[in-house]
Write a protein that binds this ligand. Structure first.
Ligand code: PRT
Ligand code: ZN
Length: 282
C-alpha cells in the first residue's frame, strides 16, 4: 500500500489531540518538538508538522494528501477542500464581543461600526448575509484589547470558555460561527490507506461517545432496565450466585449517561461501574 501524508499542527491547541487520536488508531510513530517530518512504523502514513495556517495550502497544493486543521482556519484560508471528518475536538465559537456599555441587540447593532478580528473572511461573509455594513480591522492577535485602545467598537474572536473576554472587560454578545478540528483532503481524494485510516478513526470516535456500564440488578427488573438503556440490541445479562440478582453489561451513549444512571439507581441497580471504551465498531 502506498504511503499517504498528513499535515499536523506542530505545536498548539490541535497538536496533542491530533497525535493522540492517531495513536489511538494503533499507528506508531516518533514525534517531538524538533521533528518536522516523521513516518509511521506500522502504517502507510507520513507526517509533516507545520503551523496550522499553512495546512489548507499544503493540502490544496498536494504537498500533503490530508491534514488536520480548525474549521475556522480552513474557512478563513479560502481554499476549497473536502472536510472528510469532523473530529470533534478543539471546539470553539467565533463570537461578537463588545465593551459592557456597548448596546448590542443583534448583529444589526454593528451597522457602521468597526470590528477587530483575525477572521476577516468569515466575518465579512456573515455580515454580508445579514446585510450589515461595518468596517473590519484586521489584527493578527490580542484582538481583545482593540476596543480599550479605541481601535474598534467591537471584536469578533474565537471563544471557548469565555474567560479571556471577561478578563478584558468584554461581554460575549452573540456567537456567529462554530468550529472544531476537521480532517481535510483535496476534493475527491481517495486512497486505500485513507480508507483504512478512516475506518480506524471512526471506531475511535464512536468509542469516545460511549461508556461501558456494568451493574447488578434484581432479576425481575431486567426488562425495565433494557428499556432504559435503549438503542441496544440487548444488554448482556449474566446470572449471579444469588438467584434473585443478575449482572448486566451494556454500552451507553455519553450524552444520555446521567439520565440512564439515575433511572437505573431508581430501579434498584447496585454496584454500578462505568468504563471508558477505547475502540468499538457499530
Ligand atoms: O502556531 P500556530 O499558527 O500553528 O497556532 P495558532 O496560534 O494559530 O493556533 P492555536 O494553537 O492557538 O489554535 C489552533 C486552533 O484551535 C484554532 O484555529 C481553533 O480552531 C482551535 N481553538 C479552540 C482555539 C480556541 N479553542 C481558543 N480558545 N483557538 C484559539 N483560542 C483562543 C482565542 O483566540 C482567544 O484568544 O483562546 C482565547 C479564548 O479562550 P477562552 O477559553 O478564554 O474563551
Ligand atoms: Zn496559526
Amino acid at each position: 500500500m502506498e504511503r499517504i501524508s498528513i499535515a499536523l499542527q506542530k505545536s498548539g491547541r490541535l497538536s496533542e489531540k491530533s497525535l493522540d487520536m492517531i495513536r489511538k488508531c494503533g499507528i506508531d510513530f516518533y514525534a517531538d518538538d524538533r521533528v518536522l517530518k516523521a513516518e509511521a512504523r506500522n502504517f502507510p502514513l507520513s507526517f509533516l508538522f507545520v503551523r496550522d495556517d499553512d495546512i489548507p495550502r499544503y493540502v490544496s497544493e498536494g504537498i500533503v494528501d490530508i491534514g488536520i486543521v480548525g474549521k475556522n482556519e480552513l474557512d478563513e484560508s479560502g481554499y476549497e477542500l473536502e472536510v472528510v471528518r469532523d473530529l470533534g475536538f478543539a471546539s470553539c465559537r467565533l463570537s461578537i464581543a463588545s465593551p459592557v456599555d456597548f448596546p448590542y441587540e443583534g448583529i444589526k447593532s454593528l451597522e457602521g461600526k468597526t470590528i477587530a478580528t483575525s477572521y476577516p473572511r468569515i466575518l465579512k461573509k456573515i455580515l454580508a448575509e445579514n446585510e450589515v455594513n461595518a468596517k473590519i480591522e484586521v489584527l493578527q492577535g490580542s484582538v481583545e484589547i482593540a476596543p480599550s485602545i479605541k481601535v474598534s467598537d467591537a471584536i469578533c474572536d474565537l471563544v471557548s470558555t469565555g474567560v479571556t473576554l471577561k478578563m478584558n472587560g468584554l461581554k460575549e454578545d452573540e456567537s456567529i460561527y462554530r468550529s472544531s478540528a476537521v480532517l481535510v483532503s483535496k476534493k475527491g481524494f481517495e486512497d486505500p490507506a485513507l480508507t483504512r485510516l478512516l475506518s480506524r478513526l471512526d471506531a475511535v470516535m464512536l468509542a469516545r461517545k460511549k461508556k461501558y456500564v456494568l451493574f447488578n440488578l434484581p432479576k425481575d427488573k431486567i426488562e425495565e432496565a433494557a428499556l432504559i438503556i435503549g438503542g441496544m440490541k440487548s444488554p448482556t445479562v449474566t446470572p449471579l450466585f444469588n438467584p434473585q440478582w443478575v449482572s448486566v453489561q451494556a454500552v451507553v451513549s455519553e450524552d444520555d449517561f446521567w439520565s440512564v444512571f439515575e433511572s437505573l439507581r431508581t430501579l434498584g441497580a447496585e454496584g454500578i461501574i462505568v468504563l471508558d471504551i477505547e475502540k468499538m465498531t457499530e
